[in-house]
Design a protein. Sequence first.
Length: 79
Amino acid sequence: MDPRRVMPGYHVALPPADRHRVEASEGEPLLWLALVRLDSDAALVNLRAPVVVNPRRMIGIQVIQTDSPYPVDHRLPLD
């Protein structure tokens, strides 16, 4: 899911090495996705390790942010 739907100010910087891995030039639009895990009583979104996709090349990687303020298990309301 789009992490900005959960947290409107969401922003993660993509290191140059990771930009190279998805074959994206500087300024090229990328697709950012947060992984959702369903538990028995909750839906949890991983905002710390998003998946970034270069839609032009159809290449994606998971970007693990070790120093991120974002949580691994952000609880979504189930209504």
